[in-house]
Design a protein around this ligand. Structure first.
Ligand SMILES: Nc1nc2c(c(=O)[nH]1)N[C@H]1C(S)=C(S)[C@@H](COP(=O)(O)O)O[C@H]1N2
Ligand SMILES: [Mo]
Length: 223
């Protein structure tokens, strides 16, 4: 009789403990203590009433993965058919030229796209600094990962093509091309070279970049 009372009491106590654990954990998971505080993201997601994509919407598929560029040794060179070859530090590039912004959608041949607000310097300004040869045909871009691509000089000048250091209001993250990504609007994504290290003014219209020499269209115009 006594042991039966004891058993019932034990079961009752266990039940109370189990219920307490469930209720407790429910309160805990729903309490503000455990919930992450949502901080305002610096990333802009809307621009003049236009919805933007997110930096995280890109599918990272660069030929050698994200590059880490060391700013203490980094130089952006403008070479080739120019009067004065230049090699600018990151700060000389960003602080030395007028800033522009525009909304441009990146379209990868893989079928995805992201609309981004880009901020950068005009390639024209960099080319003028180096006193580029006005009769040159193409501009070839090289990157830290060995990637390269080229575009007609006229396309770059006529479309105010940007070399971007910010997307959606924040500095480019390493996987998005820090310190600079070319914003090759109305072209397929493979023209938008990231981690740019050298800009070569050239007359070599037969030059083919990384993907272009592997069968992708050299014009890369969006349909
Ligand atoms: N240096 C470098 N730039 C690059 C690439 C690359 O592999 N290396 N990939 C290109 C391709 S195919 C696309 S679609 C765009 C955007 O790629 P992401 O999503 O990997 O940023 O970057 C372009 N620029
Ligand atoms: Mo791509």
């Amino acid at each position: 009789m006594r042991s039966r009372k004891h058993l019932l009491l034990t079961i009752f106590c266990l039940a109370v403990i189990i219920v307490a654990i469930f209720v407790g954990s429910w309160i805990w998971t729903n309490s503000t203590i455990n919930r992450p505080t949502i901080l305002n993201s610096a990333e802009i997601r809307e621009y003049k009433g236009e919805k933007l994509g997110a930096i995280g919407d890109f599918r990272e598929n660069s030929i050698k993965g994200p590059q880490n560029v060391n700013l203490s040794t980094y130089r952006l060179a403008v070479t080739g058919l120019v009067q004065d070859e230049i090699a600018l530090t990151y700060n000389e590039t960003v602080d030395g030229y007028a800033h522009y912004e525009k909304v441009v959608t990146i379209h990868c041949v893989e079928g995805w796209e992201v609309k981004i607000l880009w901020e950068g310097v005009l390639l024209r300004d960099l080319l003028e600094e180096a006193e580029y040869n006005r009769s040159a045909q193409v501009v070839i871009f090289y990157a830290q990962d060995g990637y390269s691509t080229s575009l007609p000089l006229s396309y770059i000048l006529e479309n105010n093509i940007l070399l971007a250091y910010k997307m959606n209001g924040v500095e480019l993250p390493p996987e998005r091309g820090f310190p600079f990504q070319l914003v090759a609007e109305s072209k397929f994504g493979y023209k938008g070279i990231k981690w740019v290290t050298r800009i070569e003014v050239s007359n070599d219209t037969n030059y083919r970049g990384y993907w272009e020499s592997r069968g992708f269209d050299d014009d890369a115009d969006l349909p």
